[in-house]
Design a protein around this ligand. Structure first.
Ligand SMILES: C[S@@+](CC[C@H](N)C(=O)[O-])C[C@H]1O[C@@H](n2cnc3c(N)ncnc32)[C@H](O)[C@@H]1O
Ligand code: SF4
Length: 382
């Protein structure tokens, strides 16, 4: 699809009218498989020719959230910032496409609070992106018609109703469960993301069993220690020993055949992390150590970036610096380049980052696993 001169529209309402007249993208198993394959071929090309470009981008569409989870690294439930206009968001998406992005993860805050989100999904699919969308689930059943074109939806759910609602808010378990059911009825591949804290590690098996019953993949994440966590919820932070134990339990669930999102080598890399977990990453100055210990190399800040709703570009949320390069000041290309040039991170203990790092590394075992998973996911789409 050719680029559109968005500046010819004065108001967002005119842009929205234009978007509503575009063809509706109907996703199918074949189209989704093709988009996933294109991402992979682009990855092969970048690695073969040693090119660094933003192949995978997490784009935070808005600051607003209808929840205020106690541990939220972005404090989206409390932000008072102005969101991107429709035109601004479309221009960002166009620029990401020209810079080589093929896999776009969209989330907020809560993206579905944007009145234009369905049109943004449709436009991004018409542009040829593979889209993964993360949501707390609250508006999924109301807005399912707008979501149908995406390739994967990730719903947040931390455990049983009691432990989920303790940190995410009353009623959230029911709305996440309802979202899972609606997404299944619509044949959309689902991943459930569970943030593990001191409150809910006992629920890991409950979630794994639910994953089998409801046919989703389960992605457990250890709570990140962001800058405000000590003030917001210090009681939720696990000790080093607890983190190691928890990741061993995830590995145990994987070995018992539950549909755990991570591959065994990624789980082992975190279990064997040779530093305390509050030293979550190592930098260029530790190069010799990284080679000696054979740590998973990091491709964030080379092939993957995250753009927050306030415009900051970071390699991953572990480097969520207030003075990060900002697209509002520098434009998308320059901010990404500056993030790339400033990056000194080389390896980390974060499960989600490493699952993508081993793929970007083209580790044969992980590549095979990802290809199998991606085809299995894509053929769910009808
Ligand atoms: C920031 S939310 C945005 C999307 C949507 N509002 C949601 O909750 O799914 C994306 C994911 O980050 C997780 N998350 C938030 N704070 C976290 C933290 N401190 N550590 C680990 N994961 C966190 C949430 O649970 C959610 O699964
Ligand atoms: S629903 Fe998501 S964005 Fe909103 S406060 Fe919770 S974790 Fe943060």
């Amino acid at each position: 699809m050719r680029n559109i001169e968005w500046d010819k529209f004065e108001k967002d309402n005119e842009v929205l009218e234009y978007l509503k007249n575009l063809p509706r993208y109907k996703n199918t198993a074949i189209k989704s498989t093709y988009r996933r394959a294109m991402f992979f071929l682009n990855l092969l090309y970048c690695r073969l020719f040693r090119l660094d470009k933003p192949l995978l981008v997490v784009l935070v569409t808005n600051n607003k959230c209808d929840l205020n989870c106690s541990y939220c690294y972005g404090s989206y439930g409390e932000r008072k910032l102005k969101d991107y206009s429709t035109k601004e968001l479309l221009k960002i998406i166009d620029q990401l496409k020209s810079l080589g992005c093929r896999l776009l993860t969209l989330h907020g805050g809560e993206s579905l609070l944007r009145r234009d989100m369905g049109e943004i999904f449709n436009y991004a699919k018409l542009k040829g992106f593979c889209i993964s969308f993360n949501t707390n689930g609250s508006l999924v059943s109301k807005k399912i018609g707008e979501i149908r074109c995406v390739d994967t939806v990730c719903v947040s759910m931390d455990g049983t109703e009691e432990s989920n609602d303790k940190n995410r808010g009353k009623g959230c378990y029911k709305s996440a469960m309802n979202a899972i059911d609606v997404l299944r009825q619509n044949n959309i591949p689902i991943v459930v993301h569970a943030t593990l804290t001191r409150d809910n590690t006992q629920d890991m098996e409950f979630l794994a069993k639910l994953a089998v019953e409801k046919k989703f993949r389960i992605q457990y994440s250890i709570l990140y220690n962001h800058s405000t966590i000590q003030d917001k919820c210090a009681n939720l932070i696990m000790s080093n020993a607890e983190i190691r134990e928890t990741v061993k339990k995830i590995l145990g669930l994987k070995k018992r055949g539950y549909p755990v999102y991570y591959t065994e080598n990624v789980l082992n890399a975190t279990i064997d992390w040779p530093f305390p977990y509050d030293k979550g990453f190592v930098t260029k100055k530790d190069d010799d150590l990284i080679k000696k210990l054979k740590l998973v190399p990091c491709y964030h800040g080379r092939l993957k970036y995250q753009i927050d709703a306030d415009g900051r570009v970071v390699t991953c949320w572990a480097h969520d610096y207030p003075n990060a390069p900002n697209i509002k000041k520098l434009g998308v290309a320059k901010a990404i380049k500056e993030c790339h040039d400033r990056n000194i991170c080389k390896s980390c203990a974060f499960l989600a980052n490493n699952e993508q790092n081993v793929l970007m590394q083209l580790n044969p075992r992980n590549v095979l696993n990802v290809l199998r998973t991606q085809v299995t996911e894509a053929i769910k789409i009808k």
